[in-house]
Design a protein around this ligand. Structure first.
Ligand code: M6R
Length: 372
């Protein structure tokens, strides 16, 4: 039931702090070590893994894109990310030392299931990250790490995405832990910061009124049919996810770009008044990334874009170039998608609602895509 919310989507957005906390529950022990015994792939196998391949579709694909950054950083194992629909029809090079991670909320997505079968036929070990107990993908995989988002009813994925991210981080950190990497200390710190994320997601949800107001304003503008999204590093998949939400819900032309690609084409799209959402990485940590994106914001603004900037609280460098500023709590760079995605979900949901669209059941879409 909607428990007083106007839509399942609003309810599910609001449930995210709990979904994130539930997905961490029982998986970190009191000394900050991960206890993923439920992943029944022997540690001896995980120690020998020399390649990780992640397969998924749609929103789950975006969580996998983010996982690639985390896995390569924390484990130094090469990681490939691929759309399940592409992977299943090519001739991927896999063997018993390949760990394939299949991410799916429903556990029934046809392309992801076929990718799992394709991988197992070639001897790879398959770990499913899934939200639906007993569904087909976990049943056909070697092991499963369940996300504990609870049932997701709205077609547009929200809480499942955040919990997929948490599960991906857990897998990355766990691989780092069992293999021992030079990032040992960092892993302990990240596990601690991950435990605080649920409170930070709550904090974001409490400060969303300006985002809703902005979305309603844009919805009412005549001829406003395009929104672009820019990000770098883990902010790039966040930009893609923001664009996907807007397409699905508001039926608008929305595109996400890697900010570094601007000059290779997309900047030609910028015209006066075009709304561009920019996801800004933390000014701490990888400050190189931050400086680059501040320049990108300046570049698009100089060409007339209306900039909607999502940045860490206290990031004063972006203030002069932000027509609208959405502040999010400070997190380590790799964890930022957990807080940066939430305003984009709220934005799309509000804009679609203001346009009179049915947010729980967008046109032409099904919750689980069991055909090709
Ligand atoms: O159930 P799955 O996670 O395998 O579904 C994958 C996609 O179909 C799904 O994420 C879809 O893109 C959503 N409608 C996005 O909001």
């Amino acid at each position: 039931e909607k428990s007083g919310y106007a839509s399942f989507m609003l309810k599910e957005i609001a449930e995210q702090p709990k979904a994130v906390a539930d997905t961490l529950l029982g998986r970190i022990d009191s000394s900050g070590l991960l206890t993923l015994d439920e992943v029944r792939i022997p540690v001896s196998v995980l120690r020998e893994v020399d390649k990780v391949v992640i397969v998924a579709c749609g929103t789950a694909y975006h969580s996998g894109m983010i996982a690639k950054y985390a896995i390569e950083h924390w484990t130094r194992i090469p990681c490939e990310m691929e759309l399940a629909s592409e992977f299943r029809y090519r001739d991927p090079i896999l063997d018993a030392r390949t760990l394939v991670v299949a991410v799916s909320q429903s556990g029934e997505t046809m392309d992801t299931l076929m990718a799992v079968r394709h991988a197992r036929e070639q001897g790879a070990h398959v770990l499913a990250i899934c939200n639906t107990n007993g569904s087909t993908i976990p049943r056909e995989s070697d092991a499963v790490l369940y996300t504990h988002a609870g049932p997701e009813v709205a077609v547009a994925s929200t809480k499942a995405f955040l919990t997929q991210l948490v599960a991906c981080y857990l897998v990355a950190l766990y691989l780092g832990q069992v293999r021992g990497t030079k990032w040992g200390d960092e892993i302990g710190d990240v596990v601690r910061e991950l435990s605080e994320i649920s409170t930070q997601v709550e904090d974001v949800l409490d400060t969303m009124e300006p985002v809703r107001e902005l979305a309603r304003g844009l919805a009412g503008e005549a001829g406003m049919n395009t929104v672009l999204f820019l990000g770098r590093h883990v902010g790039y998949p966040v930009a893609l996810e923001g664009a996907l939400k807007l397409k699905e819900l508001a039926y608008m032309h929305a595109e996400g770009f890697a900010a570094g690609e601007l000059k290779h084409g997309p900047i030609a799209l910028i015209e006066k008044g075009l709304p561009v959402v920019v996801v800004v990485p933390s000014p701490r940590g990888r400050s190189v990334l931050h400086g680059k994106i501040v320049s990108n914001i300046q570049e698009i603004r100089a060409r007339g874009a209306r900039t909607l900037v999502i940045a860490e609280r206290g990031d004063t460098a972006v203030v002069p170039y932000a027509d609208h500023l959405v502040e999010i709590p400070a997190t380590p760079t790799l964890l930022q998608p957990l807080v940066a995605t939430v305003p984009l979900q709220v934005f799309a949901c509000e804009l679609a609602t203001a346009r009179g669209n049915e947010v729980d059941q967008p046109r032409n879409l099904a919750k689980s895509v069991t055909v090709e």
